[in-house]
Write a protein that binds this ligand. Structure first.
Ligand code: CA
Length: 381
């Protein structure tokens, strides 16, 4: 039997050539904490946490002693051991992202030990390729931002994406003008989603819904503060546009609160933050019981994207029919060398879908030379 001999956290970071912003703050670099778990017989698995990279690394260092020496095949038991140690201090938030990163690395490792892709461990594929939507249309200082956003959207459609998501949250009038321009550029056949990153109160969110609902919006993501469960319930009741949220929600208990409030039509757990592959299965079961659709949030490297592919490959679309709609995985298209270069070959969408890897584990590996290039210093326990 293999035992876990090493847990390493790597913070990788890369400045952006073209900084961008969204409704809350700006980005001039991308940074993420990756985790490598290695066994005493030299096998390893990779994971990733979503959240402030240095804080995630501290969380990984906190959890590492509780998995060292353990059996990497016992992913559920190791998850529970870590969760029990964090519960008093971090029921929600970035400590769960650290737990997620280790949990994902353990699933990758388990798959490699057993010679099985993660989607087999999760119950088997329902589909060989996962439909993706392009996330982009962030803000910059371009004087004619509406035209720039419209051109970007048209570029994704030309690449074959069948759905795209744009940012809103600058203010309802500006947002409505941007949505109008992007819809005009896309034409009627490409799905369009809007995401405010919790920029609005209930009345402003309702105002924006009424201004853009004629543009056939597939969902309005994070219209309100993630703490405003009552506001979500009211907005969802009054909105003609489906409501999506969940990237700021953690653990099955958090999603229990979200679903209990009838807050969303579409749940968006980030598998690299919500508790990893172990916990997202529980969240998916809960979503199923509440008849809520699941479309994971995904905004990291190829590791996190591979996790999303394996997981969504195994999701049933309910209630089901002969030709059901496909579940969507988020495919961030903003500048990110970490995503494009750390896990070659990079994932590519063909006709709006990405093939699910069939190699053992997550079916990817990290280019150690590029890891060293991007690394701001590894620490191991
Ligand atoms: Ca979002």
């Amino acid at each position: 039997m293999s035992t876990i001999a090493r847990v390493e956290a790597f913070v990788v970071s890369q400045p952006l050539r073209r900084p961008f912003h969204f409704s809350q703050w700006g980005f001039d670099r991308r940074a993420v904490c990756l985790v490598r778990v290695t066994t005493d017989d030299g096998r390893h698995g990779w994971g990733e946490g979503y959240g402030p990279a240095d804080v995630v690394r501290a969380g990984v260092e906190f959890f590492a002693p509780h998995v060292l020496g353990g059996d990497p095949l016992r992913t559920g038991a190791l998850w529970q051991r870590m969760h029990a140690r964090g519960l008093d201090f971090g029921r929600r938030g970035v400590l769960l992202a650290a737990l997620s990163a280790i949990d994902i690395a353990l699933w990758d490792l388990k798959g490699k030990i057993l010679g099985a892709p993660v989607h087999v461990l999760l119950g088997g594929k329902r589909r060989d390729a996962v439909a993706v939507y392009a996330t982009g249309m962030y803000f910059d200082d371009e004087p004619d931002l509406a035209a720039r956003l419209a051109a970007e959207a048209a570029g994704y459609a030309a690449q074959g994406f069948r759905a795209v998501k744009m940012k809103v949250g600058l203010g309802v009038e500006t947002d409505a003008a941007h949505v109008r321009a992007v819809r005009a550029a896309l034409g009627p056949r490409v799905k369009l989603m809007i995401d405010s990153n919790h920029a609005f109160g209930l009345r402003e969110a309702l105002d924006l819904v009424r201004r853009v609902e004629q543009h056939d919006i597939a969902w309005f993501e994070e219209p309100l503060s993630p703490d405003d469960y009552e506001g979500y319930r009211e907005l969802r009741r009054r909105s003609a546009i489906p409501i999506a949220a969940g990237e700021c929600e953690y653990g099955v208990a958090g999603f229990h609160q979200l679903f209990g409030a009838d807050a969303v039509d579409i749940a968006q757990p980030d598998i690299c933050a919500c508790g990893g592959l172990t916990e997202v299965q529980r969240i998916a079961a809960l979503a199923r019981a509440h008849h809520v659709a699941l479309t994971p949030h995904c905004w990291g490297t190829g590791i996190g994207f591979a996790v999303g592919l394996h997981f969504l490959a195994t999701i049933d679309v309910l209630p089901g029919r002969r030709h059901p709609p496909e579940p969507f995985l988020e495919m961030d298209r903003t500048e990110n060398a970490l995503r494009d270069e750390l896990t070659p070959p990079r994932f590519e969408a063909r006709d709006g879908a990405v093939t699910v890897p069939d190699a053992p584990g997550l079916g990817i590996d990290v280019d150690l030379r590029r890891l060293a290039d991007f690394s701001t210093g590894a620490r191991s326990r």
